[in-house]
Design a protein around this ligand. Sequence first.
Ligand SMILES: Nc1ncnc2c1ncn2[C@@H]1O[C@H](COP(=O)(O)OP(=O)(O)O)[C@@H](O)[C@H]1O
Ligand SMILES: [Mg+2]
Length: 236
Amino acid sequence: MAMLEIDKICASYGNVRVLWDIDLQVEEAKIVALLGANGAGKTTLLNTLAGMLRPTSGEIRFMGERIDRLQSSDIIQLGIAYLPEGGRLFPDMTIKENLEMGAYPAALWKNRKREAEKIYRMFPILAERKNQLARTMSGGERQMLAMGRCLMSNPKLCFFDELSYGLSPKMAEEVFRIVKMLRDRGITVLLVEQNVNRTLEIADYAYVIENGRIVLEGEGRTLLEDDYVKQAYLGI
Ligand SMILES: Nc1ncnc2c1ncn2[C@@H]1O[C@H](COP(=O)(O)OP(=O)(O)O)[C@@H](O)[C@H]1O
Ligand SMILES: [Mg+2]
């Protein structure tokens, strides 16, 4: 049994259907990537998995338990953390305060000091600057803070939406290094990306979504060599 099992998920905004019969599995302690062009439905799928959008049909199971009717606050307490596109930090709060925002809801709040210490060991740059305002950080540092905040709930599974978007190649590389480090520590990652090449290099398994449907799946290294992926996503 996979850690996360998605069976035939459909989702809509009003009358407009965006996701069609999505089947996807995420095995524990793996990096699984969801790749696709702008507007394909990647963020919609993450919102659905995180309890922010109700699927119109289908089932989502996390460690054997159905989660597709739970509230997002219950889902986070089961051990799923979601880093939305753009990070959504609070620029006028300090780095420490931003991290603590990741320890909501109340059941997680009591552990916030212990969790913050773990994050500071993982990201020394956050420790050095914990009393500075988030707005003083560079784009790459902010993305690290956003990842740190996501990890404050001590998750078993993380959803990362467009982590490398807008970062310099060097910072993007750093972000991918951290994703691999998380996997090596046993944290499972579902990674949504448009940086197809780099993502397939680190992903254990990947899915390609087009117009709300999964059109291709396979091991990361295999998809890197796939003629369709090369043509449609790598421009080679
Ligand atoms: N809140 C919304 N209301 C209506 N349509 C939306 C909303 N968010 C996204 N969409 C539409 O759903 C489709 C999928 O969007 P999205 O999941 O954001 O794609 P991606 O993350 O792959 O770029 C797009 O056609 C987009 O215009
Ligand atoms: Mg998106």
